[in-house]
Design a protein around this ligand. Structure first.
Ligand SMILES: *Cc1c(COP(=O)(O)O)cnc(C)c1O
Length: 370
C-alpha cells in the first residue's frame, strides 16, 4: 500500500487571490416581493411568449450554436444603432465580458482602475485574474472626482478603466465631459458600462468613433432578459478582433440566441416596459424623498439608493414584511446606512413603501420605549 500523502486541501492548492475572495452572495427571494436585483418585474405579453415557445420547440438542441451568432449580432446592431465601423463581441452576461477583458489585459503588474463605490465585480474579477486593482473614491454625492482620477491614472497607468454609466449602486450618470477627459488621458482602454442604458438619458455609443480606446459594454439583463444571460461589448475592430480570441466559441447557447433574436425583434415591447419603470421611478423617488429620516439619491437607472438611520434594522423589517431589497450598509464606507431598491410594478412599489414606513416606525417606537 502506498503511504498516505498529506491531505489535499484547498488552501494548499488554490491561488491566494482565490482563497481571499468572498463568493458573490445571492440571497433566495422565494415568495418575496423581489426588489433586490434590478430585474424587470413585467412578464412578456402572451403572444410573444407563444412565439418563443414555438421557437424553442423547433430549436436544434442537438447542434452547437452558431459560434459567430451572426443573426443575433445583426439584430443587436439594428436596435443599438451601431456605426458600420464598430464591431461587436457577445458575452454570457456582461460579467463574462468583464472577465474576458481582464484575462486579455492581465500582464504581470497590469492595473484595472475603477471608482468606488461602484459595481463590485470589477474588483472581484481583477483579483481573480491577477490584475492590480485601484478604486478611486467618488465625491460625497457620488460624482467623479476628476483631479483624483487623472492623478491616479498618471500614477498607476491602468491598462483598463471601468466606469458604470449610470453608476451602480448610486444610480447617477457621471459628468460626460469628465468621462471624455478620462478617455483622452487614459494610457489604456476605457470601458463605459451601460448596464442601465434603457433607463438613462445619455450614452457613449455615439462617442465610439471618436475615441479608439473607448469600449461600450451593455447587457440585456436589466431590460428584461436577466435569465437569458446576454451582454455585448462594442468598439473598434482592432481591439475586438484580439478579444474575440479569448471568447469561448459557444458562450451564447442556441436557446439564448433564438429567444434574444425574437425579443429584439420586439424591442419596442421591452422599451415600453422600461418607459413604465422610468415613470414609476419618479413616483418612488418622490415618495422616498417625502419620507422623514430618508435621504434618496436621484437615479437614471431602474433602482434608487437611499440613506436611512438603522439601515440594517430597516432592511430586516422589510424582509419580515415580505419585501427583499439590497442592503448596501458595510459594502463601502460611503454606503453606511444605505439601502438600494429596484423599481418594481406600481403595486410592488406601493407594498415596499408601506413596509418601509412600518419598519422605520417600529424602530422609532422601540427606541422611544427603551
Ligand atoms: C448588473 C450589472 C452588470 C452585469 O450584468 P449581467 O447580468 O452579467 O449582464 C454589469 N455592470 C453593472 C454596472 C451592473 O449593474
Amino acid at each position: 500500500m502506498p503511504s498516505a500523502t498529506p491531505a489535499v486541501t484547498p488552501d494548499r492548492l488554490l491561488r491566494e487571490e482565490v482563497l481571499a475572495l468572498h463568493a458573490y452572495h445571492v440571497p433566495p427571494g422565494n415568495g418575496m416581493v423581489k426588489l433586490d436585483a434590478m430585474e424587470n418585474p413585467y412578464p412578456l405579453p402572451p403572444q410573444l411568449r407563444e412565439g418563443i415557445a414555438r421557437l424553442v420547440a423547433d430549436a436544434a438542441i442537438n447542434r452547437y450554436p452558431d459560434a459567430g451568432a451572426r443573426r443575433l449580432k445583426e439584430k443587436i446592431r439594428a436596435v443599438t444603432g451601431l456605426a458600420q465601423g464598430t464591431e461587436l463581441l457577445l458575452g454570457n452576461g456582461s460579467d463574462e465580458i468583464i472577465q474576458l477583458l481582464a484575462l486579455a489585459l492581465a500582464k504581470p503588474g497590469a492595473t484595472l482602475l475603477s471608482v468606488e463605490p461602484s459595481f463590485v465585480m470589477y474588483r472581484m474579477i481583477a483579483a481573480f485574474t491577477g490584475m492590480q486593482y485601484v478604486g478611486v473614491p467618488l465625491t460625497e454625492d457620488f460624482a467623479l472626482d476628476l483631479p483624483a482620477m487623472l492623478s491616479a491614472m498618471e500614477r498607476h497607468q491602468p491598462a483598463l478603466v471601468f466606469l458604470a454609466y449610470p453608476n451602480n449602486p448610486s444610480g447617477n450618470l457621471f459628468d460626460a465631459d469628465a468621462i471624455a477627459q478620462i478617455i483622452a488621458a487614459a494610457p489604456g482602454l476605457v470601458v463605459v458600462d451601460e448596464a442601465y442604458y434603457a433607463f438613462a438619458s445619455a450614452s457613449f455609443i455615439p462617442m465610439l468613433e471618436r475615441y479608439p480606446n473607448l469600449l461600450v459594454m451593455r447587457t440585456f439583463s436589466k431590460l428584461g432578459m436577466a435569465g437569458l444571460r446576454l451582454g455585448f461589448l462594442a468598439g473598434s475592430p482592432v481591439w475586438l478582433a484580439q478579444l474575440e480570441k479569448l471568447r469561448l466559441p459557444y458562450n451564447i447557447g442556441v436557446l439564448t440566441q433564438l429567444v434574444a433574436e425574437e425579443l429584439l425583434q420586439h424591442h419596442d415591447v421591452l422599451l415600453r416596459q422600461a418607459e413604465q419603470i422610468k415613470q414609476d421611478r419618479i413616483w418612488l423617488y418622490g415618495r422616498l424623498v417625502g419620507t422623514p429620516d430618508v435621504r434618496a439619491y436621484a437615479s437614471e437607472a431602474n433602482f434608487i439608493l437611499f440613506h436611512v438611520a438603522h439601515a440594517g434594522k430597516v432592511f430586516e423589517g422589510l424582509k419580515q414584511r415580505g419585501v427583499l431589497i439590497k442592503n448596501m450598509n458595510g459594502a463601502h464606507t460611503a454606503l453606511a446606512d444605505c439601502l438600494r431598491v429596484t423599481v418594481g410594478t406600481p403595486e410592488q412599489n406601493e407594498r415596499f413603501m408601506v413596509a418601509l414606513q412600518e419598519s422605520i416606525h417600529q424602530i422609532v417606537l422601540r427606541r422611544n420605549h427603551a
